[in-house]
Design a protein around this ligand. Structure first.
Ligand SMILES: *[C@@H]1O[C@H](CO)[C@@H](O)[C@H](O)[C@H]1NC(C)=O
Ligand SMILES: *[C@@H]1O[C@H](CO)[C@@H](O)[C@H](O)[C@H]1NC(C)=O
Ligand SMILES: *[C@@H]1O[C@H](CO)[C@@H](O)[C@H](O)[C@H]1NC(C)=O
Length: 395
């Protein structure tokens, strides 16, 4: 009897101690918990229980003259006739920065090679690079700080001269006169939809992509042709972020203050790494940019706000990646659309992913069986994030 009693007491002591430990842990980690759990719970309840976002449209609407201030930058480089008299299937904007010359070169000689696409895939795809003006100080890893005001001026001029030369050679840079920085990405988004509206309104689809993604052009062309045949409208496809909360941590690159966006969740949007819209959606986004306050500097979120205000919502395609990099595997190459984070390996990936043997190895009953098993192993590992979702194995 006595022994039993002590046992219970010990049990309770352990319980009490554990509770204290958990509580103090929670107190210590509250900030973290608030960021990653509470924020998401709040945002999910907003997204799934309320889901009206009516305030957003109202409070983002501004007079047209003021909205114009986000778009009336002068073109430094432009190609007015890029699309004229052509039956363009896809107008593909690559968001790039003045310094990323190497990335542009790699894209031109791999997935963004227009003449390859025309000859081999028999499709008209226009690949243009959108960028702003070089800043006064070098950005990126290779930059060295200039010495004084005159040096900064010349840095800017040197980069711009190089861009002009690059454009004379390739004819594919679309540049506006705003400083090319992370916090000006929304201006770059507006630049794209305005350019599409004025210079290429007949393109069947419009795509936006980062300059460090890989696009499996043959797969994408086949897919978009099929969508065109079905006459899709209201089409916006990519990796969808649903019920994403604004990040309130000041150290984050994606920090957004309450004054800029007071609600607990963003309207659904696709990851900026790469997404496609149909012609009608591109026009609607253009119309939205004529009325909305574009001072929120996360471009894909602003895209979500524009689309929401026009009644367009995004759809998920499992083989469009968000931040993630696709596993290297034939069965993935057979289905992939985009994959993020490719710089050095882009030439090699282009070669292996478009090799005709990929189709041979993945077709037929055995090939499909093998690929289902391989994709299950690659995509459905627990604690494995950032690549394609597990359901890609069954798609
Ligand atoms: C693009 O493709 C064409 C045809 O396949 C090829 O002749 C050309 O060299 C390629 N361009 C680049 C920059 O690799
Ligand atoms: C965006 O570009 C404008 C125009 O060049 C410039 O004045 C502004 O400082 C830039 N904003 C940011 C956050 O870099
Ligand atoms: C746009 O929003 C910002 C805050 O995000 C605000 O400071 C600015 O006044 C707004 N512009 C207009 C024209 O309402």
């Amino acid at each position: 009897m006595f022994l039993n009693f002590r046992k219970i007491r010990r049990c309770q002591r352990v319980q009490l101690l554990t509770m204290c430990l958990v509580l103090s842990l929670m107190m210590v980690c509250w900030e973290q918990l608030d960021q990653s759990v509470v924020n998401h719970v709040k945002s999910y309840s907003y997204r799934y229980l309320d889901n009206r976002f009516t305030f957003i449209k109202e409070s983002f609407t501004i007079p047209q003259e003021e909205a114009m201030s986000f778009s009336n930058y002068r073109y430094l480089l432009d190609h007015r006739d890029k699309c004229t008299n052509q039956d363009v299937l896809l107008l593909l904007f690559v968001k790039t920065s003045p310094e990323n010359t190497k990335r542009r070169k790699a894209i031109r000689s791999t997935w963004g090679n227009e003449s390859y696409i025309r000859q081999t895939l028999r499709a008209d795809v226009k690949v243009v690079f959108v960028l702003g003006a070089p800043g006064t100080t070098p950005e990126g890893p290779s930059g060295t700080k200039p010495a004084g005001p005159s040096a900064t001026k010349s840095h800017r001029a040197i980069i711009q001269d190089e861009l002009v030369r690059e454009d004379q050679l390739n004819g594919d840079l679309i540049q506006q006169d705003f400083t090319d920085t992370f916090h000006n990405l929304t201006l770059k988004l507006i630049q794209q939809f305005h350019w599409a509206h004025t210079r290429c309104p007949h393109a069947r689809f419009v795509m936006t992509a980062d300059d460090d993604i890989f696009v499996h052009m043959p797969n994408l062309v086949i897919y978009l042709r099929d969508m065109a045949r079905r006459d899709v409208t209201d089409f916006w496809i990519g990796r969808v972020h649903r019920g994403a909360p604004p990040i309130r941590n000041k150290d984050s690159k994606y920090y957004v203050p309450y004054e800029m966006y007071p609600w607990s969740t963003y309207p659904d949007y696709t990851a900026g790494a790469g997404y496609v819209v149909s012609r009608d959606v591109a026009e609607k986004i253009y119309q939205a940019t004529l009325k909305l306050n574009a001072s929120i500097y996360i471009d894909d979120v602003f895209m979500g706000i524009c689309a929401h205000s026009m009644g367009v919502s995004p759809q998920e395609h499992v083989y469009f990646s968000g931040e993630g990099k696709a596993p290297y595997h034939v069965c993935i190459y057979d289905e992939m659309m985009t994959s993020h984070g490719h710089i050095e390996d882009i030439y090699e990936l282009w070669k292996v992913a478009t090799d005709p043997r990929v189709k041979q190895r993945t077709s037929g009953f055995l090939g499909r069986l093998y690929c289902t098993a391989a994709k299950l192993a690659l995509l459905c590992k627990p604690y494995h994030f950032n690549t394609y979702p597990c359901k890609g194995a069954f798609a």
